[in-house]
Design a protein around this ligand. Structure first.
Ligand code: ADE
Length: 234
């Protein structure tokens, strides 16, 4: 049986996935101040833990972004000892690359587009380049696109970020994947991103507005695709 850890940032993205996979909440972990809500269950040949970034106690919103994604991932690895980590979530994409709710995964390293350090050695480190483990058979019968997942801590896209995304041939712009992939690499665990598009990053309409409008549709798509991928992984 494969032990599969699913890391997700937002409760709204995860809710349909939790329901479709029939996962049950895990009791609060005493030693984790600030709490990462976790769900467990079995699906096909997988023991599954789904772990969320949790809510900010001050602002009462999901702790999106890289810091809590890394903390979440490391503590979930220690608690569950997975053999595969999937980062499921939403992303922005260029309109030419993908439609709303399309699925993007990757057979290329995950990079950062807003981590720039113009010092020898540090420059390459800052870009990330953490490995992904794409196997075509995992996506048999599932429409999907293959491209570079690119991570940063902002929803908007200033020109400097856009330049980096284009230079890196970024397809899925999101806010956690490189941090999760870096922790997976640290523990030598296979890592697979699965992203669904909520917004086009190159159109006039504000990303935040598009994101809110399409969040449900994209999350629903994730909840259809994740069980299908898990079914394909033996
Ligand atoms: N998640 C969904 N859409 C995004 C975007 N445009 N940028 C970063 N993260 C996202």
């Amino acid at each position: 049986m494969k032990k599969t850890l699913i890391i997700m940032a937002m409760e709204a993205e995860a809710r349909p996935v939790i329901e479709k996979l029939g996962l049950k909440p895990v009791a609060d972990q005493q030693n984790l101040n600030g709490g990462f809500p976790r769900y467990r269950g079995g699906f096909n040949d997988h023991a599954i833990m789904l772990s969320l970034n949790g809510k900010c106690p001050v602002h009462q919103v999901d702790r999106i972004g890289t810091e809590y994604a890394a903390l979440n991932t490391q503590s979930a690895i220690l608690a569950f000892q997975p053999s595969l980590i999937i980062n499921a979530g939403t992303c922005g994409a260029f309109a030419r690359d993908a439609n709303i709710a399309d699925i993007i995964t990757s057979n290329q390293p995950v990079v950062y587009h807003d981590h720039r350090v113009a010092l020898e050695g540090f420059d390459r480190f800052a870009e990330g380049h953490y490995p992904t483990a794409y196997h075509p058979e995992y996506f048999a019968g599932i429409p999907h696109k293959l491209g570079v997942v690119t991570t940063g801590n902002s929803l908007d896209m200033p020109e400097i970020d856009e330049q980096r995304i284009i230079a890196n041939k970024g397809m899925a712009k999101e806010m956690e994947c490189a941090a999760i992939a870096s922790v997976a690499a640290l523990y030598d665990i296979e890592f697979l991103p699965i992203k669904s598009v909520t917004d086009h990053i190159d159109v006039e309409v504000d990303n935040a507005e598009q994101f809110l409008q399409n969040l449900q549709q994209a999350s629903q798509r994730l909840s259809e695709v994740l069980p299908a991928v898990l079914n394909n992984i033996q």
